[in-house]
Design a binder for this molecule. Structure first.
Ligand code: ZN
Ligand code: ZN
Length: 257
């Protein structure tokens, strides 16, 4: 539901989910559909619409910088993924107010809140570990390569250029992991169907071997989905399983007279 569109005189404090990626040049990435484009987090930024040629945010569009008022509202508007951080942002310029949050023309990142719980064991975190995804860690879990990439809160603040704190943040819901796992098992079942049907067709040994290989691949992606620590890679695994299903269907069609 869309509520008023407004010019904001005073900058509006709000929060949003994101993730920090990269060791050499860390960037702040939005999570969700637009996660491929990093946020400029050191300077105030003006939103651009990636769909149409109008100023963002437009009332009839979805463009603009999205944010909500309170951390507790984040699970209502987006899927919380493990190891996400919360950005404290200041919105300004034109702001569209929705039932659950805002879309704004300008955004400045004021700070980054990392989960107060260690990503690996859930104990109280005291360090931030840089990596493909930056994570919170307790002292006990700083083993191996992690130790060399670990930073204090002050070091992480210096490295990112904005204030870093630890905070109790919404966590990934178990339900999403269960649903992702059930979907993966369903995809494996669908990939098994062509294999069973191939048994009735007069397929060559090469086709049969290829089909078995494809189904095994689907089983591997299914296991990876079920065993994943977070739902973050689930979408990529689903695409891989879809590819396996497509390949299995092609093999069945080729073998069926
Ligand atoms: Zn737009
Ligand atoms: Zn730990």
């Amino acid at each position: 539901m869309t509520l008023p569109i407004d010019e904001v005189d005073e900058p509006l404090r709000s929060v949003k989910l994101a993730e920090i990626r990269g060791i050499v040049a860390p960037r702040v990435h939005p999570i969700g559909r637009y996660r491929r484009r990093a946020y400029e987090h050191l300077e105030p930024t003006t939103a651009r619409c990636h769909h149409r040629s109008h100023d963002a945010p437009a009332i009839e569009c979805t463009c603009g910088f999205h944010a909500v008022r309170h951390v507790d509202q984040l699970p209502e508007v987006t899927t919380v993924v493990a190891d996400s951080v919360v950005l404290d942002v200041e919105l300004s310029g034109t702001v569209v107010e929705h039932e659950h949050g805002y879309r704004a023309e300008q955004q400045s990142v004021l700070g980054v809140r990392f989960p107060a719980a260690c990503s690996w064991c859930g104990a109280e975190a005291t360090r931030v570990v840089a990596g493909r995804i930056w994570r919170s860690s307790c002292a006990r879990c700083l083993t191996g390569a992690r130790r060399g990439r670990a930073m204090t809160r002050a070091d992480a603040t210096a490295r990112l250029g904005v204030d870093v704190v630890f905070d109790r943040l919404p966590t990934e819901r178990r339900r999403h992991h269960v649903l992702g796992s059930l979907r993966a098992i369903g995809m494996l079942g669908l990939a098994l169907l062509p294999l069973l049907l191939l048994g009735r067709a007069d397929a060559s040994k090469v086709t049969a071997a290829a089909m078995v290989a494809v189904v095994l691949c689907s089983a591997v992606w299914c296991a990876a989905t079920v065993l994943a620590r977070s739902i973050r890679p689930h979408r990529s695994f689903f695409v891989a399983q879809s590819g396996c299903l497509f390949a299995a269907s092609l093999l069945l069609m080729a073998a069926t007279p």
